[in-house]
Design a protein around this ligand. Structure first.
Ligand code: S3P
Length: 166
C-alpha cells in the first residue's frame, strides 16, 4: 500500500450518467463531509462550461485542467470527489487519486448511461450510442484497475448503493 500523504479523500469514478455526483453529494450531507465535482472545479478555473471548453479549446485543454484540479486537492482533507467520466484516460490522474485516497467505481449499465446522456447537452458527441459503447468498453478495464472498490449499480436504488458505500 502506497503512502497516502495524509489525504483521505474518496473519489467516485465511472461512466457518464452513472450518478457519481448525486451519490457523492448525498453521502456528503449524510456524513457531513465536503463534496466537490472536478468538472465544476475545472469550469471555475477556466471561466467557461465544459461544453464551451470542448468546443473552443479542445479535449486536451480540458484534460490538462482536470489534472490540475485533482492536484489542487492535495492540500484539502476528507473530501468526497465526483470525477468526470474520462478521468481514467490520463494515467497521472489515476496516480493522484490513489495517492490521495480511496477510489470507488460505480459500475453501471450502458443503457442507463445512454438514457442520461440523451438529456446531457454539453457533449453532443456522447449521444451516439455506438461511440458511447466503444468508450465504455475502452474505459471499463481502466476504471476497474483504478478502483479500490467496485460497486455494481445495475438496477439498484440510490439507497442500496449508499448503504454499500457506507
Ligand atoms: C467526460 C465526462 C464528463 C466531463 C467531460 C468528459 C468523459 O463528466 O468530465 O464532458 O470523457 O466521459 P461526467 O461523467 O461527470 O458527466
Amino acid at each position: 500500500e502506497s503512502v497516502k500523504r495524509g489525504c483521505d479523500h474518496v473519489f467516485f469514478i465511472g461512466f457518464l450518467g452513472a450518478g457519481k455526483s448525486t451519490l457523492a453529494r448525498n453521502l456528503g450531507s449524510l456524513f457531513n463531509r465536503r463534496f466537490v465535482d472536478t468538472d465544476r472545479l475545472v469550469e471555475r478555473r477556466a471561466g467557461m462550461s465544459v461544453g464551451a471548453m470542448y468546443r473552443t479549446r479542445g479535449e486536451a485543454y480540458f484534460r490538462k485542467l482536470e489534472t490540475q484540479a485533482l492536484r489542487s486537492l492535495r492540500s484539502e482533507r476528507s473530501l468526497l470527489v465526483s470525477c468526470g467520466g474520462g478521468v481514467v484516460e490520463t494515467p497521472e490522474n489515476i496516480r493522484l487519486m490513489r495517492e490521495m485516497g480511496f477510489c470507488v467505481y460505480l459500475d453501471g449499465d450502458l443503457d442507463d448511461s445512454l438514457r442520461q446522456i440523451r438529456s446531457y447537452a454539453a457533449r453532443p458527441d456522447f449521444r451516439s450510442p455506438k461511440h458511447a459503447a466503444s468508450l465504455l468498453e475502452h474505459r471499463r478495464p481502466l476504471y476497474q484497475a483504478a478502483a479500490d472498490l467496485t460497486i455494481d449499480i445495475r438496477g439498484r436504488s440510490f439507497k442500496e448503493v449508499s448503504y454499500q458505500c457506507a
